[in-house]
Design a protein around this ligand. Structure first.
Ligand SMILES: Cc1cc2nc3c(=O)[nH]c(=O)nc-3n(C[C@H](O)[C@H](O)[C@H](O)COP(=O)(O)OP(=O)(O)OC[C@H]3O[C@@H](n4cnc5c(N)ncnc54)[C@H](O)[C@@H]3O)c2cc1C
Length: 494
C-alpha cells in the first residue's frame, strides 16, 4: 500500500455517481502505484441522477481493465445483455416504421459491404431490399430471442453491451474502488477554495473540515460545482440542435418477453426507452419541456405502461442540461460525467464518453508527466467526441417523418445542423459516396460507417420514386438473398 508522504500527490474526486466511481476505479488502477492517493467525497443529501441503464460495447473495457468477470458483477447489478437498439415509430415510411441499430459482430463484415452496395443501387433507382434488419446478425438474433454470443465461445470477440441498475452498479463500483485503496468520504461540499493562480486549493465540507488536493475531479453531475460554478468554464448548450431537455422514468414489472435490446419508441414530443433488467423493466420518456409539461409527460407515459407499473413506483423526473463544457480539463480540475456535458440518452452514449474521458485524461496526464502540458489536446479531443456523437443523435430527429406534430416538424425543419452533418446529408441524398465523405471528415471513430447507413436506410431515407418506375436488379436481389441465408445460417448456431 502507498504510504502518504510529502511526495504523495492527492486526487480528490467530488461526486459518487456512476462517473465518480468509474473514475475512482480507473484512477486507482493506474495511479495508485505511482505515488497518488485517491479519495472520493459524495454528499448524502444530493442524490445521484438515478438513471443511465443502457450502454454501448465500450463499457466492456471497464470491467476488463478491472479484471471483473460478468459472473461477478452482472447478478449484483440486475444486469442483462444488450445487442442494440430498436427504433420504433420514428418513421412513417411504409416498410420502415422500425429498424434495429445493431452492435456489429465479426460475422458482419461481408453483410456490411453488401448492405452498402445495395443501398447505393436503391439510390440509383433499383428496387432492391434495403431494410438493414435483414443484413445484420444481431438483428436476427434479437428477432429470434437469442443472446449475442455462443454459450461456449472462448474467442472473446463477441460484441455486445449491457443494461444494468445504475444505483446498484454505483454501489458495486464503490465496493471495488474501496478494495483498490480509494478513500471514501460521505460529506457535503459547501465551498470550493481557489488560489491566486486560479487552481483549486481545497473544498470545505460540512463535517470533515477542509480537504486539500493537487488534482480535483468534478463528478458533481449537472451542477458542475467545480468546473462550472467555481472555475467559470463556459457551457455550450446544444439546445439549437437537440430539443429534449427533460425526462421522466417509471419502472415496470418484468414479463416473459425478454429480448436483449433497448427499445426506443417515438412519443408525442420525444421518445421513450424500454430497458429489460432482471428484476424490473426501466422505462422513461425523454421530451422537450417547450412542447410538453412534466405532468402531461408523466400521464402519457403512465397511460402507455398501464398496469405493468410496479406497485408503489414513483415517477422520477429529471431536468437535462444538454451540451458540453468549453473545456473539460481546466487548471487542476478535470470534469467527468454530467458535469462535463450530456447528450440526450437516445444511443446510451454517456457512460462511453465518461470512460473515453477518463482513459484519455490518464493517458495525457501521464504523458505530460502529471502536468497540464496536454490539456488543450485533451480538451479538443473530448469536444470532438461530443460534437460528433451529437450529430449522429441529431440525425434521428432530422430524418423523422411523423406527421401532425409541431414537435416532430420542428425537429425536421428547424434544428441546427453542423457543417459536418449537413455535408453527410447532402452526399446521401444525392446518392454520392458516403464512405468517402465519412473518410474525408475522419469521423468513423465516433460512429462507424455501417451505423450511418443503418440509420439513414432504416428510416427509409432514399430519393422518392414511383415503385412502378423502379428497375429490378436480379443479380443484386440474389446477392441479398445469399447474404440473408448466410445470416440465418450463422444465427441457427446460437
Ligand atoms: C434521462 C437520462 C437517461 C440516461 N440514460 C443513460 C443511458 O442509457 N446510458 C448512459 O450511458 N447514460 C445515460 N444517462 C447519463 C448517466 O445517467 C450519467 O452519465 C451517469 O449516471 C453519470 O452521472 P454522474 O455521476 O456524472 O452524476 P450524478 O449521478 O448526478 O452524481 C453526482 C454526484 O455528485 C455528488 N454531489 C453533488 N453535489 C455535491 C456536493 N456539494 N458535495 C458532495 N457531493 C456532491 C452527488 O451526491 C452525487 O454522488 C442518462 C441520463 C439521463 C438524465
Amino acid at each position: 500500500m502507498q504510504v502518504e508522504n510529502e511526495k504523495t500527490r492527492k486526487v480528490l474526486i467530488v461526486g459518487g455517481g456512476t462517473a465518480g466511481w468509474m473514475t475512482a476505479n480507473l484512477f486507482a488502477k493506474q495511479l495508485s502505484d505511482k505515488g497518488f492517493s485517491i479519495s472520493l467525497i459524495e454528499s448524502d443529501n444530493v442524490p445521484t441522477v438515478g438513471v443511465g441503464e443502457g450502454t454501448t460495447p465500450y463499457i466492456k473495457r471497464l470491467f476488463e481493465s478491472l479484471n471483473i468477470s460478468e459472473q461477478e458483477w452482472m447478478p449484483e447489478c440486475d444486469a442483462t445483455y444488450k445487442s442494440g437498439i430498436t427504433f420504433a415509430e420514428w418513421s412513417t415510411t411504409p416498410g420502415f416504421t422500425q429498424y434495429f441499430h445493431p452492435f456489429y459482430s465479426q460475422h458482419d463484415s461481408e453483410a456490411i459491404e453488401a448492405f452498402k452496395q445495395i443501398t447505393r443501387l436503391r439510390h440509383h433507382g433499383y428496387d432492391v431490399p434495403v431494410h438493414p434488419n435483414d443484413y445484420f446478425l444481431q438483428a436476427t438474433l434479437v428477432k429470434q430471442g437469442k443472446l449475442p454470443f455462443l454459450q461456449h465461445d472462448e474467442s472473446g470477440q463477441n460484441v455486445y453491451a449491457y443494461h444494468f441498475d445504475a444505483a446498484k452498479l454505483g454501489l458495486y463500483l464503490a465496493k471495488v474502488a474501496r478494495s483498490l485503496g480509494v478513500k471514501h468520504i460521505v460529506d457535503h461540499v459547501i465551498r470550493v477554495n481557489t488560489a491566486a493562480s486560479g487552481d483549486i486549493l481545497s473544498v470545505e465540507t460540512e463535517h470533515s473540515g477542509e480537504i486539500q488536493a493537487d488534482l480535483f475531479v468534478d463528478c458533481t453531475g449537472f451542477s458542475a460545482m467545480l468546473i462550472g460554478k467555481t472555475l467559470g468554464v463556459p457551457f455550450h448548450s446544444f439546445k439549437d440542435n437537440l430539443l429534449n431537455d427533460a425526462a421522466v422514468a417509471i419502472p415496470t414489472k418484468i414479463d416473459n418477453t425478454y429480448s436483449p435490446q433497448t427499445i426506443s419508441t417515438a412519443m408525442s414530443n420525444g421518445w421513450r426507452w424500454e430497458i429489460p433488467l432482471t428484476k424490473r423493466k426501466g422505462n422513461g420518456y425523454v421530451y422537450s419541456s417547450q412542447f410538453q409539461s412534466k405532468s402531461s409527460a408523466e400521464s402519457e407515459l403512465r397511460h402507455i405502461l398501464g398496469d405493468t407499473i410496479l406497485e408503489d413506483a414513483q415517477a422520477h423526473h429529471v431536468d437535462m442540461r444538454v451540451g458540453r463544457m468549453d473545456k473539460h480539463w481546466h487548471k487542476n480540475c478535470v470534469a467527468i460525467g454530467l458535469s462535463q456535458g450530456f447528450i440526450e440518452p437516445l444511443e446510451a452514449t454517456a457512460l462511453q464518453i465518461v470512460q473515453i474521458s477518463i482513459e484519455e485524461f490518464l493517458t495525457q496526464y501521464q504523458r505530460g508527466n502529471y502536468t497540464t502540458q496536454y490539456q488543450e489536446y485533451f480538451n479538443n479531443g473530448v469536444n470532438n467526441v461530443f460534437e460528433h456523437i451529437r450529430d449522429y443523435i441529431v440525425l434521428h430527429y432530422l430524418t423523422n417523418s411523423r406527421a401532425g406534430s409541431t414537435y416532430w416538424a420542428t425537429c425536421r425543419n428547424e434544428i441546427k445542423l453542423s457543417d459536418s452533418l449537413q455535408a453527410i446529408m447532402e452526399v446521401w441524398c444525392q446518392g454520392e459516396d458516403l464512405d468517402a465523405e465519412l473518410k474525408r471528415q475522419n469521423i468513423t471513430m465516433y460512429y462507424s460507417e455501417p451505423s450511418w447507413y443503418v440509420l439513414l436506410a432504416g428510416m427509409g431515407i432514399f430519393p422518392s420514386r414511383n415503385q412502378n418506375q423502379m428497375q429490378t436488379h436480379e443479380e443484386a436481389n440474389s446477392f441479398a438473398r445469399k447474404i440473408r441465408g448466410r445470416v440465418l445460417d450463422i444465427a441457427s448456431h446460437y
